[in-house]
Ligand binder design. Structure first.
Ligand SMILES: *Cc1c(COP(=O)(O)O)cnc(C)c1O
Length: 345
């Protein structure tokens, strides 16, 4: 087999959900958008449902349809994008719950699907999705008379506990929703860690479930092993890869392995990333190609069959840091060519 192998530990996902659920003073949902942060939303959702999660969140109706297939009808699936034109049949047939983001969406929803469950998304300062205070003020009585399932908002700076915008958004959320008897939700992973003031009735962790920052105590979930295609000797002064950017300073062994930027190992890792073999670091030699990486394995005692890039020695966030990005982007970029093997809980 020549593709990379992703090993996804579903018991670690469940342990992370339970740990965040312990911290949450409220019910804990699970965010499985972007195909479960690149790992496989159906397997993740099914495992978390068995572990006790009752509410799931996705970005779009299409994603919700994929998850609905593996969940029972008693599980609630919420859509952050709300009710978009063209989604009415899917929302109705699959029993999805749109989080209405604007007066326009509210009108569309109530006209197309009166009596169908919905939630409301409020903007408390991120200026991305949801109704602003004035808009909410205008539709509030009408919306509340239709018994929304949930009122939610999202924090822009929750991964920076000292950022003043956290308290500002909390105050804004309270002033828009205090006294309302509908369940409320404000916190994602970062918000859970800000403390119980932010928890309300439901928390919505995503990245922490998958082992990423800011949940520092997360168990790692993914291992990525990449097969070696060939190993060659490179003499002092010879160059490796596009642009001839790496030049051997000692007699070297270079392994060419079967993954590249088309598999989510972004080109910004060129000259930066390290691969690992049984605890021994092997630096990337030169640029990332579309399908291949070249790696300096001179220090290994024998030619390896595989090298690992996500492993106990290098977390998703470690790799993100060397590539100048965040763990979320590393996870959601994990490519479609990898074989995915799930360790069952
Ligand atoms: C992605 C997202 C989440 C989950 O955020 P994490 O930081 O991954 O925990 C929660 N709520 C909304 C609105 C989101 O877009």
């Amino acid at each position: 087999m020549s593709t990379g192998h992703l090993t996804i530990d579903l018991s670690a996902v469940i342990a992370n959900w339970k740990a965040l659920d312990q911290i949450s003073t409220s019910e804990t949902a699970a965010v499985v958008k972007a195909n479960g942060y690149g790992l496989g939303s159906r397997r993740v959702a099914r495992a978390l449902a068995r572990a006790g999660a009752r509410k799931f969140f996705v970005a779009t109706a299409e994603e919700a349809a994929n998850v609905r297939n593996v969940l029972g009808d008693e599980h609630e699936i919420y859509i952050f994008a709300g009710h978009m034109s063209g989604d009415t049949d899917m929302i109705s047939d699959l029993g999805l719950i749109p989080l209405l983001n604007s007066l326009d969406q509210m009108v569309m929803h109530l006209e197309a699907l009166p009596n169908h469950p919905f939630g409301v998304q409020l903007d408390t300062g991120m200026n991305r999705l949801g109704m602003e205070p004035a808009e909410w003020g205008a539709v509030r009585d009408m919306a509340l008379s239709q018994n929304p399932k949930l009122i939610m908002s999202h924090l822009a700076c929750a991964d920076e506990p000292d950022h003043t915008q956290n308290a500002m958004q909390l105050t804004s959320f309270r002033s828009m929703t205090d006294g309302v008897s509908v369940p409320r939700s404000l916190a994602a992973t970062g918000g859970i860690l800000l403390g119980s003031d932010y928890h309300f009735d439901l928390t919505r962790p995503g990245v922490g479930l998958y082992g990423g920052a800011p949940f520092a105590n997360a168990k790692p979930v993914v291992q990525l092993d990449i097969p070696v295609i060939q190993v060659r000797d490179v003499a002092v002064g010879e160059a490796v890869g596009y642009g001839a950017s790496w030049v051997a300073e000692r007699p070297s062994k270079i392994a060419t392995i079967s993954a590249g930027y088309a598999d989510g190992l972004i080109r910004a890792m060129s000259g930066q990333a390290t691969l690992w073999h049984e605890g021994i670091p092997c630096p990337l030699a030169g640029r990332v190609s579309m399908d291949l990486l070249t790696v300096d394995v001179t220090d290994l005692p024998i030619p390896p069959r595989y090298l690992s890039i996500l492993c106990p020695e290098q977390s998703v966030d470690d790799l993100a840091a060397v590539a100048g990005t965040i763990g979320y982007e590393i996870l959601t970029s994990l490519g479609g060519r990898y074989s995915r093997r799930f360790i069952a809980p």
